[in-house]
Design a protein around this ligand. Structure first.
Ligand SMILES: NC(=O)C1=CN([C@@H]2O[C@H](COP(=O)(O)OP(=O)(O)OC[C@H]3O[C@@H](n4cnc5c(N)ncnc54)[C@H](OP(=O)(O)O)[C@@H]3O)[C@@H](O)[C@H]2O)C=CC1
Ligand SMILES: CCCCCCCCCCCCCCCC(=O)[C@@H](N)CO
Length: 326
């Protein structure tokens, strides 16, 4: 009898995860979606350098019509030549500052209705807040956060008005420093955390128009912007950021494009980034029942892992501040 009972229990055990998975498959929202790239209009802000340039080139090579926007006309021209050389595709360039709503709006209207909007422009200087001038803090917020609002607001009416053109996408390039606050990134992290709120609210507002929002979270990436940042980055910022290693620009663009096409809300770029996304998923939408399953069963343990990371980082900060005050 006892043997029968334990056999029965043995059959019952797998039923628990299986029914959880079945429930999640029923309830995850929004529903999974695929975003086509070929023959569509992809518009990339900050498309003249680094991650944005790599994304624009990737979209062109996949058969999209591509527009790029940035401030410097020279850098835009260079990027245009580079993409043409690599893919044979001629991209449209728009010189505008994302802080200037009218200029952004004019460029977007000129470019024609957008199917896939990639909001990627960003500035970053790693500096302790005490050493950061109020002007620089405001500049970071204006370009990274207010600029993103400007771009999306300017593109939204035409994106919502599309008829029979398939699912559209608005993706935003955040940062792993937009999932966890990091020493030296008070202003920068604040702007990238801001994108999370913008993206979550926006997804609810545009789902009925078949527009799908994606947030991309790269680690340190070997772009021209990063090269510049490294010249003055506090040592402890570099130590903490090293927990997630660094990636090649093309690799980040490949991950980002895969995520956009798969219609994911959250896109992590490496293994540490995947852990970070599990740890910080909170109230964000999840389209995949498999990932939802993983989020539910790892919720407790991943918090423990996060606390170990914090332990390690605070040790580094303590050690570093001692050597500094000596
Ligand atoms: N590199 C990294 O380590 C990481 C980067 N990121 C994020 O990825 C994004 C791209 O970064 P990355 O490729 O490194 O940066 P780059 O500095 O290499 O390129 C930035 C791009 O944004 C444009 N840009 C900057 N300011 C403005 C503005 N006010 N108006 C319009 N365009 C502007 C630049 O052109 P121009 O100057 O001519 O305007 C350029 O095309 C950023 O949002 C960044 O925060 C996230 C994680 C890691
Ligand atoms: C639960 C476990 C979590 C484990 C991993 C945590 C690792 C976090 C590292 C954060 C690195 C931030 C890099 C910012 C890059 C960036 O945006 C700058 N280069 C400026 O552009």
């Amino acid at each position: 009898m006892a043997a029968m009972d334990s056999l029965f229990l043995l059959f019952l055990i797998p039923l628990i995860p299986l029914s959880l998975l079945a429930i999640l498959a029923l309830i995850v929202r929004p529903r999974p979606i695929k975003i086509p790239i070929k023959s569509r209009h992809v518009f990339v802000t900050g498309g003249s350098s680094g991650i944005g340039l790599a994304l624009a080139q990737r979209a062109a090579s996949e058969g999209a019509r591509v527009s790029i926007l940035a401030r410097s006309a020279e850098k835009l021209e260079e990027a245009k030549k580079l993409i043409q050389l690599a893919t044979g595709v001629e991209v449209a360039t728009f010189s505008a500052d994302v802080r200037d709503y009218d200029a952004v709006s004019k460029a977007i209207d000129e470019s024609g209705p957008i199917d896939v909007l990639v909001v990627n422009q960003g500035v970053f200087v790693a500096k302790e807040l005490v050493n950061h001038s109020p002007e620089d803090v405001k500049f970071t917020i204006d370009v990274n956060l207010v600029g993103s609002f400007n771009v999306i607001k300017a593109a939204l009416p035409a994106m919502k008005a599309r008829k029979d053109r398939g699912p559209a996408s608005i993706s935003l390039v955040s940062s792993q420093a937009g999932q966890v606050g990091i020493y030296g990134y008070a202003a920068y992290s604040a702007t990238k955390f801001g994108l999370q709120g913008l993206a979550q609210a926006l997804q609810q507002e545009v789902i009925a128009d078949d527009v799908h929002v994606t947030l991309i979270f790269p680690p340190d990436t070997d772009t021209p912007g990063f090269e510049e940042e490294q010249k003055s980055r506090p040592e402890v910022t570099a130590i903490i950021a090293a927990s997630s290693g660094s990636m090649k620009t093309e690799e980040v663009a490949r991950k980002a494009m895969e995520g956009i096409k798969a219609g994911k809300f959250t896109v992590s770029c490496n293994f540490e980034g995947f852990l970070l996304s599990l740890a910080t998923t909170g109230m964000s939408p999840q389209r995949s029942c498999w990932l939802a399953f993983l989020e539910v069963i790892t919720a407790g343990p991943i918090r423990l892992v996060a606390l170990f990371f914090q332990w390690d980082w605070y040790k580094a900060i303590e050690k570093w501040s001692k050597t500094k005050t000596k």
